[in-house]
Design a protein around this ligand. Structure first.
Ligand SMILES: [Fe+2]
Length: 433
């Protein structure tokens, strides 16, 4: 096959058309999706998708239909999908011995945010996958939910269909530490609906927030690496490198499939609360044996992980501001210019304001991302944009706008006179008479 493009051994991109025996697999998945939608919603719905693309899926089904669509398609395509994942191990990663393929397959159907945020709050999370029917009962008896895990507050009332994966590494949620993930675009995946990676943080110890299983707040990230994919392209990456998802701010439904390989028999971190126990051997898949191995957690621990201590990167500077309730102004005094003065946080409870220097002067915005309210001081920043550390969307420093019309930073009027800044957060209070 053609040599894939790659970055530092962390990820590579390849295309299904270069995968011998599996060239037309993307079309097969699309055809299965569309014919299943046809059975569920009628011929006109299927015809619309055939004509205009799977990206219009949200126009013909709603989020309550996604679980059934996922069940049916994964049920019918499970064996060829597992076989294709095995071919990725052989042909892309060059694994020539026996290796392991996770039985857990995810068909990721993410509606546009503007549609998803208004949907049923009890619909299924788009990141949920499916195991083989033969092991589902056993999985239920082995399932462990960390009592500390409580992601609803993080997602700030959004229905699951509008959730975006925050930055994480997969072993925080019980996956083996030496896997390789396949993330395959079934339809087109623009950067504003794709995966993001932080390759600069490969092998860097990172703190996990157990309430969300995402990166702990207070760790300042670099600018995310966006990974747009054409339909049929696959990203093969090391899931122990920090990664997440860009909230789908496009007007198209994003459809992708993810699968997981392990070069050797998976082992689990004894310190993690949970383990992903259901796997298949590549040789079984290739020989047509429908056998799922149950790798019991307690029998398959790896060596205890001895991570180096977390070294938190320097935070964006914070200055205390004085809020004058009568005038509606916050007054602050900027520090002398330092090595990183592009952003400064002005803290004046209940306000937390981010001052940014642009080529056109200083701008002031609320420091919280309007999506989940996450502190933008933890996100990367370059000369034009600031990046949300959670949903990876970017905001223009001049305008506060993002690629999503309903997600714009709250701007404030700001005046700077030497080191003194004055930020208007409210109109002057009416003078009592
Ligand atoms: Fe992941």
């Amino acid at each position: 096959m053609n040599l894939p493009s790659s970055s530092q051994g962390v990820w590579l991109k390849c295309h299904v058309r270069d995968l011998s025996s599996w060239e037309s697999m993307t079309e097969r998945v699309l055809s299965e999706l569309i014919s299943t939608v046809g059975q569920m919603k009628g011929a006109a719905a299927a015809q619309l998708l055939r004509q205009h693309g799977i990206e219009r899926l949200h126009e013909v089904i709603d989020t309550d239909d996604v679980a059934s669509l996922r069940n049916q398609v994964l049920e019918r395509l499970r064996q060829p999908l597992l076989a294709m994942a095995t071919a990725v191990g052989r042909q892309v990663l060059g694994w020539d011995g026996d290796f392991y393929v996770d039985d857990y397959l995810i068909l990721r159907i993410n509606f546009p945010y503007e549609v998803a945020r208004k949907t049923n709050p009890s619909s299924e999370n788009p990141g949920i996958g499916r195991l083989s029917a033969s092991v589902r009962d056993k999985f239920q008896t082995r399932k462990v939910i960390d009592p500390v895990y409580a992601p609803k507050a993080y997602h700030r009332g959004h229905p699951p269909a509008a959730w975006a994966h925050g930055p994480h590494i997969d072993s925080w949620a019980g996956h083996s530490r030496d896997g390789r993930n396949i993330w395959w675009a079934i339809g087109e995946v623009p950067a504003q609906a794709g995966m993001v990676l932080y390759p600069e943080l490969a092998n860097v110890p990172l703190p996990c927030e157990r309430r969300t299983l995402y990166l702990q707040a207070g760790y300042r990230l670099p600018v995310p690496t966006y990974l747009p994919l054409a339909a049929g392209e696959m990203l093969v990456f090391d899931p122990e490198v920090l990664h997440g998802t860009h909230l789908n701010t496009t007007d198209a439904t994003r459809v992708a499939i993810s699968m997981r390989l392990n070069a050797s028999r998976p082992t689990f971190d004894p310190a993690c609360f949970y383990s992903r126990e259901f796997w298949r051997r590549a040789a079984d898949i290739e020989q047509g044996h429908d056998e799922v191995l149950h790798l019991q957690r307690e029998d398959n621990f790896g060596a205890p992980v001895t991570s180096a201590p977390v070294q938190t990167p320097p935070a964006v500077p914070v200055i205390a501001g004085q809020l004058d309730q009568t005038s509606g102004l916050i007054h602050g005094q900027l520090p002398a210019a330092g090595p990183d003065t592009q952003r400064i946080i002005v803290d004046a409870a209940p306000y937390r304001i981010m001052l940014v220097h642009t080529s056109d002067g200083t701008r002031a915005y609320d420091a919280a991302c309007p999506h989940y309210g996450v502190d933008l001081a933890d996100g990367g920043c370059d000369s034009d944009k600031v990046y949300c550390p959670a949903c990876a969307i970017s905001f223009d420093l001049q305008t506060g706008k993002s690629s999503c019309p309903s997600l714009t930073l709250q701007p404030y009027e700001v005046r700077q006179d030497g080191a003194a800044v004055r930020i208007r957060v409210a109109p002057p209070a009416a003078v009592a008479t």
